[in-house]
Design a protein around this ligand. Sequence first.
Ligand SMILES: [Zn+2]
Ligand SMILES: [Zn+2]
Length: 307
Amino acid sequence: MDIFFLGTGAGVPAKLRNVTSIALKLLEERGSIWLFDAGEATQHQILHTSIKPRRIEKIFITHLHGDHIYGLPGLLASRSFQGGESEVTVYGPKGIKEYITVSLSISQTYLKYPLKIVEIGAGIIFEDDQFTVEAQLLEHGIPSYGYRIVEKDKPGTLLAEKLVEAGVQPGPIFRKIKEGESVTLEDGRVIIPQDFLGPDQKGRIVTILGDTRYCENAISLALDADLLIHEATFSKGEETLAFDYFHSTTHQAAEVARRSGSKQLCLTHISSRYDRQASRELIAEAQEIFINTDIAEDFKEINIPSK
Ligand SMILES: [Zn+2]
Ligand SMILES: [Zn+2]
């Protein structure tokens, strides 16, 4: 599981930072990639990476400001030319469906793969046997969502030696126990899987927030997250500006990380007013409150190791 930043800037594209797009690479977990926002030229950014558009399985849009969605129709269209045949689901606030369908129909774009568009509300918006994704509203000029991606716990490793000691021979019985099924042996003994499995392997939690003011929903979405990705459009001391423009400062992002018990914070949505040197100062500001802070750069990757 890795986070890969395709764009990390606020508002308008800049030389140092393109507008927002974040890839959650789940290649080992499910052979696919989930994208969060698709600012203009996201597909151009992808050209510089090993990401294959046909691997994109889901696209989560935080909100409908242009710097988060202008790259979406082009990306969806190109995926058709790049061998994408599997279904894509786009999740986003009300309006996303009209935006996509109008863009594709006016440009007479016909996709060669099924496209599902889900207009979301607050709550669990996706769940399968591997992951749940929860969305909650943040505080921005228009409806803006944060996403909490929770990997489900996996059963622990099979204690094979212990099974052999108990007189169970390797074979199909091992697989059943690994899958959590109780097994009755020929001699009548019942093998309870819990006795022969190590501790559950804890799933990971990643929280990716859309543009927002400092707010309580950000904290609940980030509860105990292994990685929190939070915007920091403004510097510390600019709280009034941040409030007026519905954004956050470095200190506010760090405060969300601290109060939520997140393990790691990565700042993004950085204004083009900050050059490389100034970006480092933004980290230092956040670290006054939350030490394990980093800042996103275009093409930066962060691994989220298994626990
Ligand atoms: Zn934005
Ligand atoms: Zn915005």
